[in-house]
Design a protein around this ligand. Structure first.
Ligand SMILES: NC(=O)c1ccc[n+]([C@@H]2O[C@H](COP(=O)([O-])OP(=O)(O)OC[C@H]3O[C@@H](n4cnc5c(N)ncnc54)[C@H](O)[C@@H]3O)[C@@H](O)[C@H]2O)c1
Length: 502
């Protein structure tokens, strides 16, 4: 699957493309350079001596030739996909992002090197204006667009990666995160066994098996948090042995956060650690649990008390797998998405203010943006020495409420309640902008999530539970509190009672 950058001349396709290639550790190809190398002369000479049509033929040939090569980031000439045949080719061989900029920006950039742009030689301003006008409908028709004005090349590269759904993580282990259909999974997937739960097995196991094209053995564990325990881990270890897995083996964890946590942990400890691949199937697992390398299981005394850092070798997130989730599970995942919006992506937060039906129709966009927020944070602080703790937004109150409800509230429902309770507190003590709580509360309510601590839940019990929460330190509890949408601060709170005052 190639990653193509397309768009008018001057949008920075080569500069941005090189950065993306560097970040993803992929080769970079400038298609115009390939054409010039093949022809042995510069493009403007090809056009001058043989005409534009001949140049387009060479472009088509160069594009088709890419099919034989290794996955690459490819910068295309500004008219390379005008031919329908070329466009179909690019869209089946990979993904295309259209870069776009204001005409003034393009003019400024192009005036420096007009000689290399044969179609713009002469009166640059009017030629550019008519080229943009001629191609307007064509450029408009590409679904993935990135407007590059007012941003650095690095920022544009990051945003293009989010749109492509492609990241290469290096802060803890080294692995790719790919948002794409499982059918388009890298064909080098070399795996020995699939771990999944009974629900996911019924819905998606066969499809995954078909894609990997092998009669892979699978272990189907019972679904539900109550099975995220040592008994399940022991069962996985035993099955790994029975299936002859050795230190070079790779396991796929196909499922929600329960499956990725427990299978990841079993992989981290079996023979001192074997490789694993996460194929998350819940929204929560895609945007949260599969990222960051935390694996583990629960003890009767509490959740996630045993665990390890053991990142997967690949995270493959296929948003179409989420279409079988029931509304409650989807909503639950949306609470984490809203949280990510509050922490670092106001546009994502705005998208969350649509209703659940809109969300269902736009899951790919939601997943890509929400994953990008978490990735940026865990790459900056993989072992939670500082900024990673901002991901606990809503979780200090949320965890307590979840536990006291006896897990009647789902994780996401509890987090929604926690987000609002903590925002109220932040506003009360003057950290948060006035109105932030209302904003958060409105978005969560529209998604159908609860925003109030249940009336019959004793406040004393919530406080007691928060105090024994594992995020406490000696004197105070560290809260991640919202300041505004796009900004969260870590605050040590000594008088925890104040948090729940109304
Ligand atoms: N490791 C981390 O960093 C991290 C972060 C957040 C949460 N977690 C963990 O994640 C777990 C919660 O994750 P979860 O909500 O995904 O739970 P889950 O794995 O229990 O899945 C929830 C339910 O959805 C079902 N399901 C999964 N995929 C489905 C699909 N595509 N269609 C229909 N049903 C499907 C499951 O069978 C299950 O019944 C908790 O154990 C939590 O501790 C871990």
């Amino acid at each position: 699957m190639h990653l193509f950058l397309y768009g008018p001349p001057g949008t920075g396709k080569s500069t941005i493309g090189k950065l993306i290639a560097h970040n993803l550790k992929l080769p970079f190809i400038d298609l115009d350079d390939v054409i010039e190398t093949n022809a042995g002369i510069a493009i403007h000479q090809i056009i001058e001596t043989q005409g534009e049509s001949k140049f387009r033929d060479l472009e088509t040939a160069a594009l088709k030739n890419l099919a034989n090569g290794k996955e690459s980031v490819v910068a295309l000439g500004g008219g390379a996909l005008l031919r329908e045949e070329n466009r179909t080719h690019a869209e089946t061989q990979g993904k295309v992002i259209l870069l776009m900029a204001e005409r003034e920006t393009l003019q400024e950039r192009l005036s420096a090197d007009a000689i290399k742009r044969p179609l713009l030689v002469g009166d640059l301003d009017s030629k550019l204006a008519s080229l943009l006008e001629e191609r307007r409908a064509h450029y408009d028709s590409f679904p993935l667009k990135l407007f590059v004005d007012g941003k650095t090349a690095e920022q544009n590269a990051q945003q293009a990666q989010t749109l492509f759904g492609r990241h290469h993580l290096t802060a803890m282990g080294e692995y790719d995160v790919i948002v794409d259909t499982v059918e388009r999974a890298p064909n080098s997937l070399n795996v020995d066994l699939i771990v999944t739960d009974e629900n996911v097995a019924n819905l998606h196991l066969e499809k995954i098996r078909q894609v990997i094209e092998r009669k892979l053995p699978s272990i189907v564990i019972p679904a539900g948090e109550e099975h995220k325990n040592l008994a399940t881990v022991s069962r996985l270890w035993a099955s790994f042995l029975e299936n002859g897995l050795d230190r070079k083996s790779t396991v796929i964890a196909l499922g929600g956060g329960m499956v990725t946590d427990v299978a990841g942990f079993a992989a981290s400890t079996y023979m001192r650690g074997v490789d694993w691949i996460a194929v998350p199937t819940t929204l929560l697992a895609m945007v949260d649990a599969s990222l960051g390398g935390k694996t583990g299981f629960d003890l009767p005394e509490g959740k996630n008390l045993i665990g390890s850092f053991h990142p997967p070798k690949l995270v493959l997130a296929d948003p179409s797998l989420l279409l079988t989730l029931n509304d409650r599970e989807l909503r639950s995942g949306m609470a984490e998405v809203v949280k990510h919006g509050i922490i670092a992506d106001p546009e994502l937060f705005a998208l969350c203010s649509n209703d659940l039906n809109w969300i269902k129709n736009n899951l790919e966009q939601i997943v890509k943006r929400a994953m990008a927020v978490k990735i940026q944070i865990i790459e900056a602080d993989p072992y939670e020495k500082g900024i990673r703790a901002t991901l606990n937004l809503g979780h200090t109150v949320g965890h307590a409420v979840e536990l006291i409800s006896g897990y009647k509230l789902s994780h996401g429902e509890a987090i929604a309640i926690g987000l609002v309770a903590e925002a109220k507190y932040a506003e009360r003590i003057g950290i948060a902008d006035q109105g932030v709580t209302d904003e958060i509360s409105r978005v969560l309510s529209k998604l159908g999530l609860p925003v109030e601590i249940p009336k019959d839940m004793p406040r004393e019990e919530i406080l007691r539970t928060m105090r024994v929460d594992k995020k406490k330190n000696a004197k105070s509890i560290r809260f991640a509190l919202p300041v505004e949408i796009d900004r969260v601060e870590l605050v040590d709170v000594e008088d925890v009672e104040d948090v729940l005052e109304d």
